[in-house]
Design a protein around this ligand. Structure first.
Ligand SMILES: NC(=O)c1ccc[n+]([C@@H]2O[C@H](COP(=O)([O-])OP(=O)(O)OC[C@H]3O[C@@H](n4cnc5c(N)ncnc54)[C@H](OP(=O)(O)O)[C@@H]3O)[C@@H](O)[C@H]2O)c1
Length: 316
């Protein structure tokens, strides 16, 4: 079969003919229809990912939507969302996935949306859960111009947030966030008094911050947190380090909570994914995606770090 292959750490994938995945106990064989490209795929391929990287050469891609070809509890032909196994990824014509983790999809949700609700959507939804969001609270979403952030804005509303602030660098996408439920927007940029802007936009202070960016925006968001406020640390698009003020964290009894989907039990992930799909089918969560033929994997790979503002979806 045809697949994208990482032949060396730090290199872009190249198209190759590789053997089909081997069927095995507990696995389903899937014909891939759409594979999501995520920032984490590039981190893994750098060879410097905190959770490790498969030995090269390997097939990248963490998730996908496909039709079951064989194996497992689902009928052949069933359309499923699946998580790919490390090194035997979804950027290929076929993939082998854990049967127990594959989720059958309803017809009302297209492949691109189903993929965007996976790695990105789950971190948005479960990140809000990790932050213990309660109805009536105020949420600040950093990186609201990205796929995860824009889903988090919509999810916060669905979870009963009273006031949602969307922050990001891209003005056009922030206006979209406003259309999808944000009450206020804050444009990130150099030389801004961000903490004051966050406080003002939130009407005084924030209870939960969804933070896929870290760096300076996260440090400013900490300053805008209310007493007992929580910042959920999900990613580092703006920087790997941030300088936080001890007295702010101590004085207001704040919590900085790390989040990784790798640590979430399968049942909780599946429940959250089903809920996201249900909300998308009902039109309450919308996500942009762009289909890119697998042959153009290198173009997509080079666009991903420059914020494509939509989920790039590889189609084998
Ligand atoms: N912990 C987990 O389990 C988990 C799961 C999924 C994703 N993540 C992480 O979450 C982050 C976002 O993922 P995504 O799928 O939303 O990616 P994405 O769609 O590519 O979005 C990237 C976001 O980062 C922002 N950004 C990039 N550089 C920035 C900078 N220098 N300063 C401020 N903002 C910056 C972009 O803002 P502009 O477009 O406005 O520039 C955009 O909002 C990634 O770091 C990813 O690895 C973590």
């Amino acid at each position: 079969m045809r697949a994208a292959v990482i032949e060396g750490y730090g290199e872009a994938p190249v198209l190759r003919e590789v053997p089909d995945p081997e069927p095995a106990e507990g696995l389903i064989l899937v014909e891939v229809r759409a594979a999501g490209l995520n920032p984490v795929d590039l981190r893994i391929a750098s060879g410097r990912f905190y959770a490790g990287s498969p030995p090269v050469p390997y097939v990248p891609g963490s998730e996908g939507v496909g039709r079951v070809l064989a194996g497992g509890r689902l009928e052949p032909g069933s359309r499923v969302y699946f998580e790919a196994r490390p090194g035997q990824g979804s950027f290929a014509q076929k993939s082998a996935a854990q049967d127990s983790a594959a989720i059958e999809l309803p017809p009302g949700v297209d492949d691109g949306t189903a993929v965007a609700l996976g790695v990105s959507g789950l971190a948005a939804w479960l990140g809000l859960e990790r932050g213990g969001l309660k109805a009536g609270e105020t949420v600040l979403v950093l990186g609201a111009s990205g796929v995860l952030g824009l889903i988090a804005v919509q999810a916060a509303r669905l979870m009963g947030a009273k006031h949602v602030v969307a922050a990001g660098r891209d003005r056009g996408r922030l206006e979209q966030a406003r259309e999808r439920g944000a009450d206020a927007i804050v444009e990130l940029g150099p030389g801004k008094e961000l903490a004051e802007a966050f406080r003002k936009a939130s009407g005084g202070g924030v209870d939960v911050v969804i933070d896929p960016v870290w760096g300076e925006p996260a440090a400013a968001a900490v300053e805008a947190l209310n007493r007992f406020g929580r910042l959920v640390q999900i990613g580092q698009s703006a920087g790997a380090e941030a300088t936080l003020t001890s007295s702010s964290i101590r004085g207001r009894s704040l919590a900085i909570l790390g989040y990784t989907t790798y640590a979430v039990p399968q049942e909780q992930k599946a429940a959250a994914y089903r809920r996201l799909v249900q909300e998308a089918a009902a039109g309450r969560i919308t996500v942009e995606s762009e289909a890119v033929p697998l042959e153009k994997v290198q173009d997509a790979w080079s666009r991903q770090p420059r914020s494509p503002h939509r989920k790039l979806v590889l189609v084998p």
